[in-house]
Design a protein around this ligand. Structure first.
Ligand SMILES: CC(C)(COP(=O)(O)OP(=O)(O)OC[C@H]1O[C@@H](n2cnc3c(N)ncnc32)[C@H](O)[C@@H]1OP(=O)(O)O)[C@@H](O)C(=O)NCCC(=O)NCCS
Length: 215
């Protein structure tokens, strides 16, 4: 399903919201938490993924997201399940998304997944989304991220290396990565906050993606 605004050549109404970030190639995105109303944006982003990217993300062939999946991926509680998305500042379309889902048996651990639409690969967007997701996770008391990827996924292997993750195990055709989240007092959050500008306002008892007020 494509958002009616996009079909009409207009950016979705949410286009103007989010923290502005300029990627290393100079392209601009707006990054914010995913909302329950983002299902059309997510469906549009999924429609622009190559079959290979879909397969790597879902570890198998995937042609569409069901209505239930769209709800699951967008109606997140921002504590045990957080999702952060990037919109193109130029047209308001979704270009990347990263999420963590807390481990039910180990509340200090969470599994992550990240996807960037193919046209936007290689600009540093996944790195940026994961940095912000890590901030959120630390605020929510998560100390460790794991990620399950296809063994052949060289992009994830490189991304994992870049983020200091290590290979924790291998399954049939898969590789599991693990990374410890640096405690806030030792992180560079304060520096990124300076670069990013002032924190976003707190709404509905939630926090923005940079300050450490609540989770
Ligand atoms: C994995 C994915 C999210 C990376 O997104 P991206 O925005 O292109 O990643 P970045 O630009 O932030 O790259 C970060 C690092 O990952 C590595 N990397 C990214 N793409 C790579 C590739 N094609 N080959 C090798 N290494 C790659 C590099 O080390 C890169 O750092 P560098 O550019 O400074 O060298 C993207 O390829 C994607 O959406 N793939 C399909 C879905 C998927 O596999 N999701 C992972 C499921 S857990």
């Amino acid at each position: 399903m494509i958002h009616p605004d996009i079909l009409a050549g207009r950016p979705p109404r949410s286009a103007a919201e989010g923290a502005p970030v300029v990627l290393r190639d100079g392209s601009a995105v707006l990054i914010r938490q995913v909302r329950g109303t983002d299902a059309p944006l997510l469906a549009d982003g999924f429609a622009r993924l190559s079959p290979q990217s879909r397969r790597l993300r879902f570890l198998g062939p995937k042609t569409a997201l069901s209505a239930a999946e769209l709800r699951y991926f967008t109606e997140v509680d921002h504590h045990d399940h957080e999702a952060i998305g990037a919109l193109s500042a130029a047209d308001g379309r979704g270009v990347g998304i990263a999420r963590y889902i807390r481990d039910a048996e180990d509340p200090q651990a969470a599994e992550i997944a990240v996807t960037v639409v193919d046209d936007w690969h290689g600009r540093g967007l996944a790195t940026e989304l994961l940095r912000r997701l890590s901030d959120r996770a630390r605020q929510a008391g998560i100390h460790r991220f794991t990620a399950l990827a296809a063994a052949e996924n060289v992009a994830v292997a490189g991304l994992a290396r870049k983020l200091g993750a290590s290979l924790a195990g291998r399954g049939p055709g898969t590789a599991e990565y693990e990374v410890a989240l640096v405690p806030p007092e030792y992180s560079l959050d304060w520096w990124f906050d300076c670069v990013d500008g002032p924190a976003q306002p707190v709404r509905d008892g939630q926090t923005d993606n940079k300050t450490r007020r609540a989770a």
